[in-house]
Design a protein around this ligand. Structure first.
Ligand code: SAM
Ligand code: SF4
Ligand code: SF4
Length: 375
């Protein structure tokens, strides 16, 4: 039995810079590259910092309690503001948008935003890949309207099939059966391929790896095992609670032989495996034991419009200040280009160079929370 140390949250949400607007406004080419030669392809947008779950690895209830100051409605980017920024990012090469949070389905009328984003096209005239990560508590109710609005697929987070384990992990006593209903509804309306994310914490839910695999084989859903990460500053992360993906694959392979398959695209976070008997595919996301910063083409837009270039960043760039400060799209596009071209983030690679039980002391205690920046 491990005891978890919960660290009080220092509110650093307001630590941000107002971006510099370059004097020369070059038109976007879709070919931006950062200081490590990485393009900008993937934008994750947090549409709310609120959630109806209190997963201990993300929003521990000791911190996110009734006194916690969530952002006021006026701080949030409106759908029009989000779409305006998304358009700028798409002009710079973004092809994929993931809506996240907090719990994105708590944001009222989210399907209206999906509809607005679905109208955007890449400079080559292709539609965007639009997806959503959700705890599925409201998915059964919303799957059809999201699909009708133009959402293509969803990723559902589910950490256990055993009801008692899952209720403990979400810490609001939410039952597995209702998540499964959400998954079923999403598959029924054609939100596919559906992915299921399971964060694996050694000693908490690693006994659920095989039951989860057995359940999702032959269903068309792609189950992905995520290493528990030292994201944010409140979850009391410890290396000994991380189960390396290599061990997850070993355990699965012992019951269901697996063979490796190629990534779908450069920068894909999951390493893909196929069941040898044709029962489908699984993935492992090894953010801790195998840094994949080298191909990281993701930017994150926080609930209140701050741009973060890394999940482990401690400061954002305040794009909302530009939106609400009367700047033109060309100026905002030039500011975004300037920010991306200066990007050097590679936190997971740095962490890999540290002693086993530490996350970067420099970043520790200063990082933004995942519920705010978007997973
Ligand atoms: N509420 C939605 C959900 O849970 O799917 C979307 C937001 S949540 C922050 C996005 C993803 O981040 C989820 O799949 C969640 O399991 C994952 N996540 C949160 N904290 C994590 C941590 N410490 N390590 C690894 N994954 C984490
Ligand atoms: Fe909520 Fe998702 Fe974080 Fe769990 S992982 S607390 S569901 S935002
Ligand atoms: Fe990308 Fe930062 Fe994660 Fe590296 S640590 S893969 S740069 S988000």
């Amino acid at each position: 039995m491990t005891t978890e140390k919960i660290i009080p949250l220092a509110d650093i949400r307001y630590a941000s810079r107002v971006p510099h607007i370059p004097a020369r406004l070059a038109a976007p080419t879709g070919l931006l590259s950062d200081t490590r030669g990485r393009p900008l392809r993937d934008l994750r947008i947090s549409v709310t910092d609120r959630c109806n779950f209190r997963c201990s690895y993300c929003m521990p209830r000791e911190v996110f309690d009734k006194d916690y100051a969530f952002l006021p409605q006026t701080s949030l980017l409106s759908f029009e503001e989000i779409t305006r920024l998304a358009k700028v990012f798409v002009a710079h090469g973004v092809e994929k948008i993931r809506l996240t949070g907090g719990e994105p389905l708590l944001r009222k009328h989210l399907e209206v935003l999906v509809e607005m984003l679905a109208k955007l096209q890449t400079p080559q005239g292709k539609p965007l890949d639009i997806t959503l990560t959700t705890n599925a508590s409201l998915l059964a109710k919303k799957a059809q309207s999201l699909k009708d609005a133009g959402l293509q697929r969803v990723t559902v987070s589910l950490d256990a099939l055993d009801d008692a384990t899952f209720r403990r992990m979400n810490d609001v006593d939410f039952p597995v059966a209702d998540v499964l209903k959400g998954i079923e509804a999403a598959q029924k309306v054609g939100l596919a391929p559906l992915k299921v994310n399971m964060v694996v914490k050694r000693g908490t839910n690693d006994a659920e790896i095989l039951p989860m695999a057995r359940h999702f084989r032959h269903t068309g859903a792609v189950l992905r095992f995520i290493e528990y990460m030292d994201v944010g500053a409140t979850n009391g992360w410890r290396m000994d609670e991380v189960l390396p993906s290599a061990q997850v694959v070993e355990r699965l392979n012992a019951e269901f032989p697996l063979s490796a398959i190629d990534p779908n695209y450069t920068g894909e976070t999951a390493e893909r495996w196929r069941y040898a008997d044709g029962a489908g595919e699984i993935g492992v996301i090894s953010s801790v034991t195998q840094a994949f910063c080298g191909d990281c083409n993701r930017a994150r837009l926080s609930t209140e419009g701050k741009l973060f270039l890394c999940l482990f960043a401690s400061q954002g760039q305040d794009l909302r200040a530009l939106l609400r400060g009367g700047y033109a799209d060309e100026q905002i596009a030039a500011a975004v280009a300037h920010i991306w071209q200066g990007r050097d983030d590679h936190y997971s690679e740095l962490r890999a160079a540290l002693p086993a039980d530490t996350s970067s002391p420099e970043a520790n205690g200063k990082r933004v929370e995942m519920s705010y920046i978007g997973g």
